[in-house]
Design a protein around this ligand. Structure first.
Ligand SMILES: [Zn+2]
Length: 162
């Protein structure tokens, strides 16, 4: 439904300004470059709250900083990126919209919100209120709980609500 995409010309411009940005204490170009948010035409057919959820989530990707990503990385960079986007959307006051839209998100936008767990690499992790994965002690692989399905909705990842 939506996608944040870096502007490759801006990335190139920033890379050309400093061969190694970290030498100057700046984050890598991918964390500073501008970009655009692409929205699917299908989005216009959704209820307003779902449109808001998609746009808020994509804006969350756009403002994610390297340090935020790094703090949430470790299990999977895909999960870390999505956690950061939702963290910002929640911070801006769109928790209700994000939670309502989460069951219908595409697999590319892994949705695992505070209080939910995932199973990854044979371990179980729970998302805390700051959108960090915390290992669930004493639990091994868990089975995904069934989710309500809407006609035409893509199935979700193995995240489930606790
Ligand atoms: Zn996303």
């Amino acid at each position: 439904m939506g996608q944040w995409v870096l502007d490759p010309r801006d990335v190139e411009r920033m890379c050309s300004q400093a061969a190694e940005p970290r030498i100057w204490g700046l984050p890598a170009a991918e964390w500073r470059a501008s970009g655009v948010i692409f929205l699917s035409r299908e989005l216009a057919g959704l209820p307003l709250s779902q449109m808001v959820a998609v746009v808020a989530h994509e804006c969350g990707h756009a403002v994610t900083r390297e340090s935020e990503f790094t703090k949430r990385d470790g299990i999977s960079s895909e999960w870390a990126s999505e956690l950061c986007a939702d963290y910002h959307a929640f911070r801006w006051g769109f928790e209700k919209e994000i939670r309502a839209h989460a069951p219908f998100r595409s697999l590319a936008h892994h949705a695992c919100l505070p209080g939910e767990t995932i199973s990854e690499a044979g371990r179980e992790w729970r998302v805390d209120r700051w959108f960090h994965f915390r290992p669930v002690a004493g639990r091994r692989e868990a089975l995904p709980a069934p989710r309500p399905a809407l006609p035409g909705a893509a199935p979700r990842s193995s995240a489930r609500r606790r």
